[in-house]
Design a binder for this molecule. Sequence first.
Ligand SMILES: Cc1cc2nc3c(=O)[nH]c(=O)nc-3n(C[C@H](O)[C@H](O)[C@H](O)COP(=O)(O)OP(=O)(O)OC[C@H]3O[C@@H](n4cnc5c(N)ncnc54)[C@H](O)[C@@H]3O)c2cc1C
Ligand SMILES: NC(=O)c1ccc[n+]([C@@H]2O[C@H](COP(=O)([O-])OP(=O)(O)OC[C@H]3O[C@@H](n4cnc5c(N)ncnc54)[C@H](OP(=O)(O)O)[C@@H]3O)[C@@H](O)[C@H]2O)c1
Length: 496
Amino acid sequence: MTGSVAVIGAGPGGLVAARWLLAQGFEPTIFEQTQTLGGQWTGTAGISGVWPTMHTNTSRILTSFSDLEHEKDLTFPSNRDILAYLHRYAETFALTSRIRFGTRVELLSRSDAGWLVESSGTAETFERVIVASGRFQSPYVPTVPGLDTFTGTAGAMPTYRYRESHPYLGKSVLVAGGAISALEIASELAQLGVRVVVAQRRQRYVLPKFAAAVPSDSRIFTRYGTLANETLPPAEIDRQLKEIVLEAGGSPEQYGAPAPDPSLFAAGVTLAQQYLPLVAEGRITVRPWLESVDGKTVTFTDGSTDAFDGILFGTGFELDLPFLDDQIRSVVGLDTVHLDADRYTFHPDLPGLAFVGMWDQSGGYFVPLELQARWVAYTWGGVIPEPGDGELRSAVDAYRARRGTSQKSRMNLVALSFARAAGVEPNPDDWPHLRRALLFGPLAPSCFRLQGPDALPDAPARFARDAAAFGAITSNELTEREQRYWAAVETARAMR
Ligand SMILES: Cc1cc2nc3c(=O)[nH]c(=O)nc-3n(C[C@H](O)[C@H](O)[C@H](O)COP(=O)(O)OP(=O)(O)OC[C@H]3O[C@@H](n4cnc5c(N)ncnc54)[C@H](O)[C@@H]3O)c2cc1C
Ligand SMILES: NC(=O)c1ccc[n+]([C@@H]2O[C@H](COP(=O)([O-])OP(=O)(O)OC[C@H]3O[C@@H](n4cnc5c(N)ncnc54)[C@H](OP(=O)(O)O)[C@@H]3O)[C@@H](O)[C@H]2O)c1
């Protein structure tokens, strides 16, 4: 029992958590309800929204952990490549033998001796528990009057259940939603000649996969972006992010889509490679949100109507942790959107319990998942001090104060908050030859092995290589714009 940790879920979050727990001398047991590891990346119906033709929308380097590289050098690997990577990761760190496949956790509760995990008719006590059961397991479909009367032959369902284009070929399909799942599936179907209409409640800006010749996640999710977010007025951050998006792909109305709100924060931003050009070619039509459905006919909020054979809802996900008992649920104030915890992880009234991967963000998950796993393992392993009770409570209060506002964060904000907590945030002043890469380059996993616990001797060379390959940063000299932007941040910091 000493050192025992139950890890619920063998997706990327559960695997990377187990890897870092092992390094701290813990004994993780991973509970996985399916017969295979990899979570979303298995494409398994019911636990994954990944469809067979899907590629990552995050660059390879930001879809990897810090001590295993991908075998292929594709910038945007296929979902099968990511699954193969996760299998290799599990083998490399001797995780596979620790997974109890086909074992669904039905109930998690506190016991006098620790944490009681009930699964498949058995109950077992563990000293600690990590909940890593996934943030995108429960698709959300908004209420639309008359939806239950829909008679299209291809039916109405969430994109989460989309697996193949075949049922839609030669038909007319409504894709509801304005973010990645909706726009990527709309694009796939439109390119196969399907008549596609996209219905959305607002027009987001749409970033292509490359911005100024580098993967756009390298440009948009930087350490500079986090520091600017902490120091400059929100309107200036909005302007800078919009500048990157407009330079990369222009604005939707230039392609014939509706004009988004001038503020990027108000309009939202998403990422899709083919979508806007397909709108420009007339192969996708954009409509406002659905007012009602009657048989095959959909009425939109502008009063227009159209008939469809199928409807796909790419309308997001609800937070869903059905196995938490009522006491844990009440402590963290769990609902379909919120979970009160210090930086999505710890709660002072639930010692020995940590949540991994339960936040919603734009950008890649692998880097922040690993940093969160290291934070948890270092805290429990005594490498860094446990946060004090007062500190935890005020962090939880700060989270609670943001209830009801958008819960979507950005990868760079989340990653750096975990890196700081884990004591592995690199200090650019300590790495003068990497300064520009650390500020304006990709948040590659290698940069979080430069200093602090588990620093690696080859991390500087690896990070320099990653920044060159994924951020086109081959010189340490800031561009004129970077100098201007960085000077504004330094001035704002000096004035604090
Ligand atoms: C369609 C789609 C595309 C995505 N594309 C990208 C991308 O391009 N790049 C990127 O970085 N991220 C992407 N993501 C985000 C993705 O969720 C993360 O990359 C990553 O899979 C999160 O890992 P996780 O372990 O937290 O959750 P998951 O991958 O969801 O794994 C959770 C695991 O927990 C198991 N589980 C759940 N409940 C129980 C239980 N009660 N008992 C036992 N086991 C349980 C599940 O079976 C599953 O194996 C995408 C997500 C979706 C939905
Ligand atoms: N690799 C890939 O290609 C790929 C593919 C799919 C998904 N993903 C990842 O999967 C995760 C989930 O993405 P997602 O696109 O499925 O979900 P999402 O990002 O949560 O987007 C949900 C969409 O539904 C809309 N919506 C939600 N509630 C609505 C309502 N009540 N009425 C009308 N519209 C509503 C939202 O509108 P607003 O626009 O107004 O917010 C948004 O456009 C993300 O991390 C994403 O990166 C990746």
